[in-house]
Design a binder for this molecule. Structure first.
Ligand code: DGL
Length: 237
């Protein structure tokens, strides 16, 4: 069974790619909405929360974990990999997929932008024409689902970057608002890490003999209020 987790419903963008590549598997999707947002927490808090989620998923029978959250991946993946023996797959902002030196905007949580992991990635692939923008509060607005508030936030936050060519969506919630981002910025090329992480998960599962080829099952668990309806609606979209 594949355990997928995020601080909320954002990781659905990763789960959708996993389902395309690995349709015949059993999944638990854990939405840790009681702790949302992860992106404004300290590293210690993020590690502690992620650790508890992973332990919970392993106790439920997961044999591989996909961290469908850039923040938890950047901050907690090394700790989790040291502690647990099952494969822990992590996502990162798809900055290395930007292959030109056109103006690029990287949007991610504060914790991701400030993380050593992201700094290392950025320094390696720096196209020398990039703005790094931590978008505190945006994941919460996406959870809340109020489009007007999202547009207002985006106008204030990214309105001044109209004309950028590339936008890296460095938080798994952000692909859910591509349309709204395009409304504010105009046509841009989007980059997100969900397909890459799904491909990597498949490779690891093949290599470790974890593919079960069973009937697809998706169990949704939310640590606070039940967002089940929204979750299944997003899965279908
Ligand atoms: N979806 C998460 C990510 O990819 C984080 C959102 C949050 O701040 O909780 O970073």
């Amino acid at each position: 069974m594949i355990g997928v987790f995020d601080s909320g419903i954002g990781g659905v963008t990763v789960l959708k790619e996993l389902l395309k590549l690995l349709p015949n598997e059993k999944y638990i999707y854990y939405s840790d909405s009681i702790n949302n947002p992860y992106g404004d927490k300290t590293n210690e808090e993020i590690i502690d929360i992620s650790d508890k989620v992973v332990e919970f998923l392993i106790n439920k029978g997961c044999t591989i974990i996909v961290i469908a959250c850039n923040t938890a991946s950047a901050i907690a993946k090394d700790y989790l990999r040291n502690k647990y023996s099952i494969p822990i797959i992590a996502i990162e902002p798809a900055y290395k997929s930007v292959l030109d030196d056109e103006k690029t905007l990287v949007m991610a949580t504060k914790a991701t932008i400030n993380s050593d992991k992201f700094k290392t990635l950025f320094n390696k692939y720096d196209n020398h024409n990039t703005i790094l923008l931590s978008c505190s509060g945006l994941a919460d607005l996406i959870e809340e689902g109020n489009k007007d508030k999202i547009i207002e936030y985006l106008n204030n936050k990214i309105g001044e970057y109209k004309g950028v060519k590339n936008v890296v969506l460095g938080c798994t919630h952000y692909p859910l608002i591509k349309e709204e981002i395009s409304k504010v910025l105009g046509p841009v090329n989007f980059y997100d890490g969900s397909l890459g992480v799904a491909k990597h998960t498949k490779e690891v599962m093949e290599e470790k003999g974890l593919i079960t080829n069973s009937k697809q099952e998706i169990t949704f668990i939310d640590s606070s209020n039940n967002k089940e309806d929204l979750f299944y609606e997003l899965l279908k979209r």
